[in-house]
Design a binder for this molecule. Structure first.
Ligand code: SAH
Length: 272
Protein backbone atom coordinates (compact mmCIF):
# COMPACT_ATOMS: atom_id res chain seq x y z
CA UNK A 1 0.00 0.00 0.00
CA UNK A 2 1.51 3.31 -0.92
CA UNK A 3 0.12 6.76 -0.79
CA UNK A 4 1.40 9.88 -2.51
CA UNK A 5 2.57 12.50 -0.12
CA UNK A 6 4.00 15.96 0.03
CA UNK A 7 2.66 19.19 -1.43
CA UNK A 8 1.61 19.41 -5.06
CA UNK A 9 -1.32 20.38 -7.22
CA UNK A 10 -3.25 17.24 -6.42
CA UNK A 11 -1.45 16.34 -3.24
CA UNK A 12 -3.12 13.38 -1.57
CA UNK A 13 -4.59 14.26 1.78
CA UNK A 14 -2.39 13.22 4.63
CA UNK A 15 -3.29 10.38 6.90
CA UNK A 16 -2.88 9.77 10.62
CA UNK A 17 -2.06 6.34 12.01
CA UNK A 18 -2.77 6.00 15.70
CA UNK A 19 -0.34 3.22 16.54
CA UNK A 20 0.00 1.23 19.75
CA UNK A 21 3.66 0.39 20.39
CA UNK A 22 3.21 -2.08 23.23
CA UNK A 23 4.69 -1.87 26.71
CA UNK A 24 8.34 -1.27 25.79
CA UNK A 25 10.09 -4.31 24.31
CA UNK A 26 10.37 -3.45 20.58
CA UNK A 27 9.88 -7.13 19.73
CA UNK A 28 6.28 -6.69 20.92
CA UNK A 29 5.43 -4.27 18.09
CA UNK A 30 2.91 -5.64 15.62
CA UNK A 31 4.05 -6.28 12.06
CA UNK A 32 1.74 -3.45 10.94
CA UNK A 33 3.20 -1.00 13.48
CA UNK A 34 6.73 -1.85 12.35
CA UNK A 35 5.85 -1.36 8.68
CA UNK A 36 4.16 2.00 9.34
CA UNK A 37 7.04 3.23 11.51
CA UNK A 38 9.41 2.51 8.61
CA UNK A 39 7.24 4.65 6.29
CA UNK A 40 6.54 7.56 8.65
CA UNK A 41 7.05 11.18 7.64
CA UNK A 42 6.00 12.81 10.92
CA UNK A 43 5.99 11.06 14.30
CA UNK A 44 4.29 12.40 17.42
CA UNK A 45 5.33 10.51 20.54
CA UNK A 46 5.41 10.79 24.30
CA UNK A 47 7.37 9.64 27.34
CA UNK A 48 6.35 6.02 27.43
CA UNK A 49 7.35 5.15 23.86
CA UNK A 50 10.69 3.41 24.37
CA UNK A 51 13.95 4.69 22.97
CA UNK A 52 14.49 1.41 21.11
CA UNK A 53 11.20 1.91 19.29
CA UNK A 54 12.02 5.54 18.43
CA UNK A 55 15.31 4.27 16.98
CA UNK A 56 13.26 2.46 14.30
CA UNK A 57 11.83 5.76 13.00
CA UNK A 58 13.54 6.77 9.72
CA UNK A 59 16.12 9.56 10.04
CA UNK A 60 14.16 11.58 7.46
CA UNK A 61 10.99 11.71 9.60
CA UNK A 62 10.09 14.76 11.66
CA UNK A 63 9.91 13.87 15.35
CA UNK A 64 7.52 15.82 17.57
CA UNK A 65 7.67 15.21 21.31
CA UNK A 66 4.27 15.67 22.93
CA UNK A 67 4.97 14.32 26.42
CA UNK A 68 2.29 15.20 28.86
CA UNK A 69 2.39 16.50 32.37
CA UNK A 70 -0.19 15.08 34.70
CA UNK A 71 -1.51 18.41 35.91
CA UNK A 72 -2.23 20.15 32.60
CA UNK A 73 -3.74 17.26 30.71
CA UNK A 74 -6.71 18.93 29.03
CA UNK A 75 -4.97 21.85 27.36
CA UNK A 76 -2.11 19.65 26.20
CA UNK A 77 -4.49 17.07 24.78
CA UNK A 78 -6.21 19.71 22.65
CA UNK A 79 -2.84 20.89 21.38
CA UNK A 80 -1.93 17.33 20.35
CA UNK A 81 -5.25 16.87 18.56
CA UNK A 82 -4.66 20.10 16.64
CA UNK A 83 -1.08 19.16 15.73
CA UNK A 84 -2.24 15.87 14.23
CA UNK A 85 -4.70 17.72 11.99
CA UNK A 86 -2.12 20.31 10.95
CA UNK A 87 0.52 17.77 9.94
CA UNK A 88 -2.01 15.64 8.06
CA UNK A 89 -3.20 18.74 6.18
CA UNK A 90 0.38 19.20 4.98
CA UNK A 91 -0.18 15.92 3.12
CA UNK A 92 2.02 13.88 5.44
CA UNK A 93 1.89 10.30 6.67
CA UNK A 94 1.60 11.05 10.35
CA UNK A 95 2.20 8.47 13.06
CA UNK A 96 0.85 9.09 16.51
CA UNK A 97 2.74 6.58 18.62
CA UNK A 98 1.11 5.53 21.87
CA UNK A 99 2.49 3.20 24.48
CA UNK A 100 0.55 -0.04 24.84
CA UNK A 101 -2.78 0.08 23.04
CA UNK A 102 -4.22 3.43 21.91
CA UNK A 103 -7.71 2.59 23.18
CA UNK A 104 -6.71 1.40 26.66
CA UNK A 105 -6.18 4.43 28.93
CA UNK A 106 -4.57 6.07 25.93
CA UNK A 107 -6.95 8.90 25.01
CA UNK A 108 -6.92 7.48 21.51
CA UNK A 109 -10.66 8.03 21.26
CA UNK A 110 -10.29 11.74 21.88
CA UNK A 111 -7.55 12.14 19.30
CA UNK A 112 -9.43 10.46 16.50
CA UNK A 113 -12.67 12.25 17.37
CA UNK A 114 -10.94 15.47 16.35
CA UNK A 115 -9.59 13.87 13.17
CA UNK A 116 -13.00 12.54 12.30
CA UNK A 117 -14.63 15.93 12.89
CA UNK A 118 -12.02 17.59 10.66
CA UNK A 119 -12.35 15.01 7.88
CA UNK A 120 -8.77 13.75 8.22
CA UNK A 121 -8.35 10.08 7.22
CA UNK A 122 -7.04 7.86 10.00
CA UNK A 123 -6.40 4.26 10.99
CA UNK A 124 -6.01 2.72 14.44
CA UNK A 125 -3.37 0.05 14.97
CA UNK A 126 -3.84 -1.89 18.20
CA UNK A 127 -0.88 -2.66 20.43
CA UNK A 128 -0.17 -4.97 23.33
CA UNK A 129 -1.53 -3.16 26.35
CA UNK A 130 0.65 -2.94 29.48
CA UNK A 131 -1.55 -5.40 31.39
CA UNK A 132 -0.94 -8.16 28.85
CA UNK A 133 2.73 -7.51 28.16
CA UNK A 134 3.74 -6.83 31.75
CA UNK A 135 1.82 -9.80 33.17
CA UNK A 136 3.42 -12.14 30.60
CA UNK A 137 6.97 -10.91 31.32
CA UNK A 138 6.35 -11.05 35.08
CA UNK A 139 5.12 -14.65 34.90
CA UNK A 140 1.65 -13.80 36.21
CA UNK A 141 -1.23 -15.27 34.16
CA UNK A 142 -4.15 -12.83 34.42
CA UNK A 143 -6.67 -15.66 34.43
CA UNK A 144 -6.22 -19.25 35.59
CA UNK A 145 -8.80 -21.96 36.10
CA UNK A 146 -7.80 -22.39 39.74
CA UNK A 147 -7.55 -18.73 40.71
CA UNK A 148 -9.34 -16.18 38.53
CA UNK A 149 -12.19 -16.34 36.04
CA UNK A 150 -12.25 -12.65 35.28
CA UNK A 151 -9.88 -9.74 35.05
CA UNK A 152 -10.53 -6.00 35.21
CA UNK A 153 -8.35 -3.08 34.14
CA UNK A 154 -8.77 0.18 36.06
CA UNK A 155 -6.95 3.47 36.40
CA UNK A 156 -5.51 4.39 39.78
CA UNK A 157 -5.01 7.99 38.73
CA UNK A 158 -7.77 9.22 40.95
CA UNK A 159 -9.54 12.38 40.00
CA UNK A 160 -8.76 15.22 42.47
CA UNK A 161 -7.25 12.61 44.77
CA UNK A 162 -10.71 11.23 45.53
CA UNK A 163 -11.36 7.53 45.20
CA UNK A 164 -14.27 7.01 42.84
CA UNK A 165 -13.79 3.44 41.64
CA UNK A 166 -16.49 0.78 42.03
CA UNK A 167 -14.69 -0.91 44.93
CA UNK A 168 -17.37 -3.56 45.57
CA UNK A 169 -17.03 -4.76 41.99
CA UNK A 170 -13.22 -4.76 42.24
CA UNK A 171 -13.17 -6.72 45.50
CA UNK A 172 -15.09 -9.67 44.02
CA UNK A 173 -13.57 -13.11 44.56
CA UNK A 174 -11.79 -15.06 41.79
CA UNK A 175 -10.97 -11.93 39.87
CA UNK A 176 -7.67 -10.29 38.96
CA UNK A 177 -7.48 -6.50 39.24
CA UNK A 178 -4.91 -4.66 37.12
CA UNK A 179 -4.31 -1.04 38.04
CA UNK A 180 -2.72 1.37 35.57
CA UNK A 181 -1.26 4.70 36.75
CA UNK A 182 -1.57 3.69 40.38
CA UNK A 183 1.95 4.30 41.70
CA UNK A 184 1.30 7.59 43.51
CA UNK A 185 -1.81 6.18 45.17
CA UNK A 186 -0.57 2.68 45.97
CA UNK A 187 -1.20 2.81 49.76
CA UNK A 188 -4.70 4.28 49.26
CA UNK A 189 -5.57 1.73 46.56
CA UNK A 190 -4.48 -1.26 48.65
CA UNK A 191 -6.27 0.17 51.70
CA UNK A 192 -9.53 0.71 49.81
CA UNK A 193 -9.54 -2.85 48.45
CA UNK A 194 -9.16 -4.18 52.00
CA UNK A 195 -11.82 -1.78 53.31
CA UNK A 196 -14.21 -3.19 50.69
CA UNK A 197 -13.71 -6.80 51.60
CA UNK A 198 -10.48 -8.13 50.11
CA UNK A 199 -8.24 -9.99 52.51
CA UNK A 200 -5.14 -8.04 53.64
CA UNK A 201 -3.23 -11.23 52.79
CA UNK A 202 -4.37 -11.12 49.14
CA UNK A 203 -1.25 -11.46 46.94
CA UNK A 204 -0.32 -8.37 44.93
CA UNK A 205 2.52 -7.33 42.66
CA UNK A 206 3.87 -4.09 41.32
CA UNK A 207 5.96 -4.14 38.14
CA UNK A 208 8.18 -1.28 37.06
CA UNK A 209 9.06 -0.85 33.35
CA UNK A 210 7.73 -4.26 32.47
CA UNK A 211 9.09 -6.05 29.35
CA UNK A 212 12.22 -3.86 29.30
CA UNK A 213 15.75 -4.34 30.63
CA UNK A 214 14.66 -2.09 33.54
CA UNK A 215 11.87 -4.46 34.64
CA UNK A 216 11.57 -4.85 38.41
CA UNK A 217 8.89 -6.91 40.10
CA UNK A 218 7.96 -6.56 43.77
CA UNK A 219 5.44 -8.96 45.23
CA UNK A 220 3.70 -8.98 48.58
CA UNK A 221 0.19 -8.69 49.92
CA UNK A 222 -2.31 -5.85 50.06
CA UNK A 223 -1.06 -5.24 53.60
CA UNK A 224 2.60 -4.73 52.72
CA UNK A 225 2.96 -4.04 48.98
CA UNK A 226 3.23 -0.25 49.35
CA UNK A 227 5.94 -0.57 51.98
CA UNK A 228 7.87 -3.10 49.88
CA UNK A 229 7.62 -0.93 46.76
CA UNK A 230 9.07 2.02 48.67
CA UNK A 231 11.84 -0.14 50.13
CA UNK A 232 12.72 -1.35 46.61
CA UNK A 233 12.87 2.25 45.35
CA UNK A 234 10.38 1.70 42.53
CA UNK A 235 9.35 4.58 40.27
CA UNK A 236 6.72 4.94 37.51
CA UNK A 237 5.73 3.61 35.07
CA UNK A 238 4.43 0.75 37.15
CA UNK A 239 1.53 -1.64 36.85
CA UNK A 240 -0.19 -3.15 39.89
CA UNK A 241 -1.67 -6.66 39.75
CA UNK A 242 -3.88 -7.85 42.60
CA UNK A 243 -5.22 -11.39 42.93
CA UNK A 244 -4.41 -15.00 43.74
CA UNK A 245 -2.78 -15.40 40.30
CA UNK A 246 0.23 -13.48 41.67
CA UNK A 247 1.15 -16.66 43.60
CA UNK A 248 1.98 -18.35 40.27
CA UNK A 249 4.93 -16.07 39.62
CA UNK A 250 7.06 -18.17 41.95
CA UNK A 251 6.83 -21.03 39.44
CA UNK A 252 6.24 -19.22 36.15
CA UNK A 253 8.71 -16.37 36.17
CA UNK A 254 10.93 -16.60 33.06
CA UNK A 255 12.08 -13.13 31.97
CA UNK A 256 15.51 -12.07 33.16
CA UNK A 257 15.88 -8.35 32.57
CA UNK A 258 19.19 -7.57 30.97
CA UNK A 259 19.76 -11.25 30.15
CA UNK A 260 19.00 -13.04 26.90
CA UNK A 261 15.29 -13.54 27.39
CA UNK A 262 14.50 -14.42 23.78
CA UNK A 263 14.14 -18.09 22.87
CA UNK A 264 16.70 -19.06 20.22
CA UNK A 265 15.38 -19.14 16.66
CA UNK A 266 15.87 -22.94 16.55
CA UNK A 267 13.46 -23.34 19.45
CA UNK A 268 10.81 -21.31 17.61
CA UNK A 269 11.30 -23.32 14.44
CA UNK A 270 11.07 -26.68 16.15
CA UNK A 271 7.64 -25.87 17.61
CA UNK A 272 6.26 -24.49 14.32
N1 SAH B 1 -2.23 2.89 26.53
C1 SAH B 1 -1.32 2.31 27.49
C2 SAH B 1 -1.56 2.82 28.89
C3 SAH B 1 -1.25 4.29 29.06
S1 SAH B 1 -1.49 4.83 30.70
C4 SAH B 1 -1.46 0.77 27.42
O1 SAH B 1 -2.36 0.26 26.78
O2 SAH B 1 -0.63 0.10 28.05
C5 SAH B 1 0.15 4.73 31.33
C6 SAH B 1 0.24 3.63 32.36
O3 SAH B 1 0.43 2.38 31.73
C7 SAH B 1 1.44 3.75 33.29
O4 SAH B 1 1.19 4.66 34.32
C8 SAH B 1 1.56 2.34 33.78
O5 SAH B 1 0.60 2.07 34.77
C9 SAH B 1 1.19 1.54 32.56
N2 SAH B 1 2.38 1.09 31.81
C10 SAH B 1 2.65 1.33 30.51
N3 SAH B 1 3.80 0.72 30.14
C11 SAH B 1 4.25 0.07 31.25
C12 SAH B 1 5.37 -0.77 31.51
N4 SAH B 1 6.28 -1.05 30.56
N5 SAH B 1 5.53 -1.26 32.76
C13 SAH B 1 4.62 -1.00 33.72
N6 SAH B 1 3.54 -0.22 33.52
C14 SAH B 1 3.35 0.30 32.31
Amino acid sequence: MSRASGPGRDAAPGVVYLVGTGPGDPDLLTVKALRLIGQAEVVLYDNLVSREIMALVPGTAERVYVGKQRARHTVRQEAINTLLVLHARRGKRVLRLKAGDPFVFGRGGEEIETLSAQGVPFEVVPGITAALGVAAYAGIPLTHRDYAQSCVFVTGNLRDGSIDLDWEALARPRQTVVIYMGFANLPALCGALVAHGMSPSMPAAIVQQGTTPGQKVVTGTLADLAERATAAGLAPPTLIIVGDVVRLRGRLSWFEPGGDAQPPAEALRSTA
